[in-house]
Each structure stands twice: as structure tokens, then as C-alpha cells.
Write a protein that binds this ligand. Sequence first.
Ligand code: NAD
Length: 475
Amino acid sequence: MQVTDDLIRGVVQQVLASMRNGTSPAVRSNGNGKAAKRGVFTDVESAIKAAGSAQQTFERRGLEDRRKAVACIRKICTEQAETLGREELEETKIGRLPHKIEKLRVIADRIPGVEFLKTEAFSGENGISLQEYAPFGLIGVITPVTHSLPTLACNAINMLAGGNAIVCNPHPSGARIACKGVHLFNEAIHKAIGIDNLITIIETPTLESAQAIFDHRDVKMLCVTGGPAVGRAALRSPKRAIVAGPGNPPVVVDETADLENAAKSIVIGGGYDNNLLCIGEKEVFAVVSIFNELMDAMTHHKAVRIDAKQIEALTRAAFVKDDKGKLLVHKDFIGQDPAVLAEKAGFKVPADTELLFGETDEANPFVDHEQMMPFVPFVRVKDVDTAIALAKKYEHGFGHTSIIHSRNIETITRMGREMDTTLFVQNGPSTAGLGSGGEGYLSFSIATPTGEGVTTPLTFTRQRRSTTVGSLRVL
Ligand code: NAD
């Protein structure tokens, strides 16, 4: 590493900041004599101060240091995917190991980095203007339990590429793996560019620590990924908030569809990580003329059909009422294997079952709720217009994801317009909408109510324009 004035200034600032916070950037004591983790803080104020100071140093560095910082995160996620994926599963106890590992591996080449920051230029007889993307500063990040470290790593790549720093309040049930990731990322970044605490995290997160981040004047922007409550909380803040909110993705299958492909796709998307993905297939509306054939095709892809009695038992077990009588998804069922769901509902299916499915009517709570478990209800409808109308109804206006299997381009176009969702996938699994078997880049934060879509480094930047009057156009 080359020792420059900037580097020395940065290190001095870090040391001063951590002396003020009572911490040392290299080794802090967590109170039991052991070295604490880099970037992991017990209180919000210290985490914000440390990351804020790191961001100021980082902003003065060139793009090359941003590339190096981003490369550190990609490398760790790829090389340690197996260990980190396993630890995430052990802690959160939801989802499937191969998918936990894959979600970290794909971070290497599918999440956009510094290369996404393209300068726009305007040139004419009055001179030139350059439009560029500047950092926001310190960004407050909230992550979900469904992909704790992948979301944090993906946000960190996007945000550091944009020249920002991060203070994260992780989901309490995925905080240990998030803190481990932050430590590893900071350690590697410090080694590569000499800046510590570009990513800080609250070790024991609470709703109060999230609110303190939302309210802190040094936090310039928020990015929250989660369900309706956290989205509402972020939108109440006067700061700019990027909200990656909930979904309940419906699937429409019409009489022109390739049914083998439709069945295979529903199993891939709905079964992925036991249906924890916000984009994952949650309910199917299929027209009557192909309904039975589609149900048969599902069984060719390790999906197991369950009968009305079994569905009733599963529904009774998988939903609970709150004190106001409102139905809620039972926490113990979320992200569990199909065989575990079956066992909890009193029946057995083979251990390698990818997905449970069965026929229900639209009143079944599995249709209405974002259930995040590998049972997908299939509703028989008279025609594709009814299917699209029900898809719209049960997507609840989240504007998240919808899927259709059809060879009729008029029907596809009509559904796309009608649904108005951020992701609209045709003739493939939902995961294709994020570049897995489809085209396009990936993010684990799809900003739905606030409209930024699949987030990129540009999402976390401010546009600035520099205008030169009367010169520099050399033509
Ligand atoms: P969750 O809403 O329970 O928790 C998400 C995060 O918000 C956690 O860190 C939690 O501690 C925090 N939180 C919850 N209420 C809060 C409040 N009032 N104030 C501050 N923080 C609060 O969600 P989850 O179970 O972790 O994740 C699943 C949900 O996230 C699903 O609804 C899914 O669709 C959604 N999700 C969306 C995307 C997307 O890109 N749009 C990606 C992943 C998950």
C-alpha cells in the first residue's frame, strides 16, 4: 500500500475519533479482555461517529479505493460462502443451506459496483456540463432476517461504490452473522485502504436503536429492507428513505402456457430458501382447462401435492390469531423445510421434497398472506381475466413482483400493465427477475413503495452538475 498524505490524515482522524469514543480502531475491548470485532458497537452514537468519520476520509479518496473496498466484500462472500452460509442458517434457523451459500456466492459478480457510476456529459456551443454521482454520506441500513448477511453485503457494495459509509441495525435474529460479516469486511478493507469502520453495526439491535439511527442528524439517508412495519417507520422519518418492502407475488397460468416449464419454474422460485424470498411465488391462479395437467406437472419436479384434509391441518397449524383476532403467520413455520411443515401438520412427505402444493379456494389464508413457507396454494379459475383480477387483488398493491406463464403476448402485456409491479416475470421462475436464469443485475433490496426498484450504487448517490461556460468543447 502506498503511504500518502490522505492515508496518514485518515488514520489520524480514525484514531482521534475512536479515542473520543473510548475505542481503538484496531482492537477494542468488549469488556471481557478479548479483542472485540471491528465495526461492531454497543451504542448507536459511537457507531455513527465512527462510520461518519470513516466516510469523510473515504469520500476524499479516489475511485480506486472504492473498487478495492468493494472487492474485499466480494472476495469474503465468495471464499467464505460455505462457512458464513452455514452460520447464518444456524443462527436464523430458517431457509436451506445450499441457498444460503448461493446467496453469498452470487455477490461476487451479480451486484453492481463502481462501474455503474457513469458520468453524463452535455456539449454544445455554450461549453460543456458534466453530471456526476456524489455520495450521500452516512446511510442507516436495516436488514431482514430472511437474508441477513447477503442484504448487508449487497447494500455495502452498492453504498461503498457510491462513496458512502453505513451504520446498520440488523434484525435481532440475524445479528450475530451480520456482526461477523461487518468485522471481516472492515478488517479486509482496513488492510486494503487503511480506513476502519466504513461499515458499523449495532451488536444488540432493538427497535429503539433503529429509531435512534432514523432520528440521528448525521445519518443522511435510510435504506430499510423488511415488512410493512419497518417500511412505515422509515417513511415517517424526514430523511430520504429507500424502502424495500413486502410482497405477495402471484402467479398466473393460462391455457397457452408451457405447463412443464411453468411447473418447474414455480418449484424453483417458490422452493428457493423455503420460500423466504420476497419475490418468491406465493400463490397460483390457473385456468380450469389446464389446471389438472399443471397439478400433475408439478409432481415431476419433486413437489408433493397435499389433499384438502392435509391443507386444512397445515392451515390450522401455520396461522395464529393475535389478541384482536387477526390472523398471523406462525413464526415457527416460516422458512421451514416441506417435510418439517408436513410433520408439524401431522403427515409425512419425503425428506427431499422441494415444495408442497395443493388446491385451495381464494379464501384460504395462504393466498392472502405473505406466508414465507414452502407451501403454495393453487386456485382454479374460469379464465385468464379472473386470474389476473385475483392476482391484482392478492398482491395487495405492494407493487412488488408478479409472474405469468403464457404464450399469448396480448395476455402478457395486459397483465404487465394491470399489475404495475416492480418485477414482472414471464415464463420463468421469479428468481429470473433478479438475473438468475434471466438478464439483469441483482440486489437483495428491491425498493418498491419508494420506487427506486432493484437498487444499485446510483440509488445511493446525489446528482451534481458542473458547468463550464464558453470553453472546453474542443470540436
Ligand atoms: P421484519 O419486518 O420483521 O424485519 C425487518 C427489519 O425491520 C428487522 O431488522 C427488524 O428488526 C426491523 N423492524 C421491524 N419493525 C420495525 C420498526 N417499527 N422500526 C424499526 N425497525 C423495525 O421482516 P423480516 O421477517 O426480517 O423480513 C421479511 C420481510 O421483508 C418480508 O415482508 C419480505 O417481503 C421483506 N423483504 C423485502 C425485500 C425487498 O427487496 N423488497 C427483501 C427482503 C425481504
